[in-house]
Design a protein around this ligand. Structure first.
Ligand code: APR
Length: 247
């Protein structure tokens, strides 16, 4: 546990920051009851990502992929944002410049009231027509039909980024812009191994940002962080942002 002086310095930095970016991963939603991907009970421990989260898997067996997403949507529909999500939503109102870059597709940041959220891996409440490319929200839980169809008759897919697919270049550009301009970067609940987000903290480092990692474990990003806080984001974020408690 960092010393009291270090924590006091950190709270001062957090209070005085002007341009903040928060990168979040599945860990921030864990306390809302949503499984992470690589933890001990993670989704990739129970399922094979190659069979469910790739364009080839969808082409081969869209029903299987949609059944899995329908199951995940059912879990997420019951989940409520936790204190970590809520704190980040409050930060958005507090700081002159604040942006979240989330790898999560669960929509909980928006549900917590955040608006400046770059959903860089998409959103599993949105669907995309494989023929027309148009996207729209389809929030039935459970889905009325597995492998829902577009009005044009083509199959709809989850509007999320699968392994082997590229991210929206406009979202990457926006993320890079924020990372290059921020003076405080929070890296919360991500294992830091999936690109390109795993390389995002290095961009903030180059522009001199102070980097704080919040995670239960050490990750490949820990060595890049100025401070690594071990613990649950639902506990740490409110404590860091609770200036009122300062004497
Ligand atoms: N508080 C903070 N961190 C937590 C908590 C918590 N309560 N619970 C778990 N974590 C941490 C774990 O220690 C782990 O480092 O969250 C991280 C979750 O890592 P992953 O499961 O790998 O999730 P993520 O980093 O978001 O994965 C990135 O991989 O499968 C793809 O597209 C998927 O967006 C996902 C991407």
């Amino acid at each position: 546990m960092p010393s009291l002086n270090i924590l006091r310095d950190l709270k001062e930095r957090i209070r005085n920051a002007k341009h903040v970016v928060a990168i979040t991963g599945a860990g921030i939603s864990a306390e809302s009851g949503i499984p992470t991907f690589r933890g001990k009970d993670g989704l990739w421990k129970q399922y094979r990502a190659e069979e469910l989260a790739t364009p080839w898997a969808f082409e081969k067996n869209p029903e299987l992929v949609w059944k899995w997403y329908d199951w995940r949507r059912g879990i997420i529909a019951k989940a409520t944002p936790n204190a970590g999500h809520v704190t980040l939503a409050r930060m958005e109102d507090f700081y002159p410049e604040f942006t979240q870059i989330t790898q999560n597709v669960d929509g909980l940041h928006r549900k917590a009231g955040s608006q400046k959220v770059i959903e860089i891996h998409g959103n599993l409440w949105r669907v995309r027509c494989v023929r027309e490319g148009k996207t729209f929200y389809l929030e039935d839980v459970p889905l009325r039909e597995i492998s829902p169809r577009c009005s044009c008759g083509a199959i709809l897919r989850p509007d999320v980024v699968w392994f082997g697919e590229s991210l929206d270049p406009e979202l990457i550009r926006k993320a890079h812009e924020e990372l290059a301009a921020c003076n405080l970067l929070l890296v919360i609940g991500t294992s830091g191994i999936v690109q390109p987000v795993a390389s995002f903290p290095a961009i903030a480092r180059q522009s001199g940002a102070y980097i704080v990692e919040i995670n239960l474990e050490t990750t490949p990003l820990t060595s890049l962080a100025d401070l690594s806080l071990k613990g649950k984001s639902g506990d740490i974020l409110p404590a860091l942002f609770d200036f009122q408690s300062d004497s």
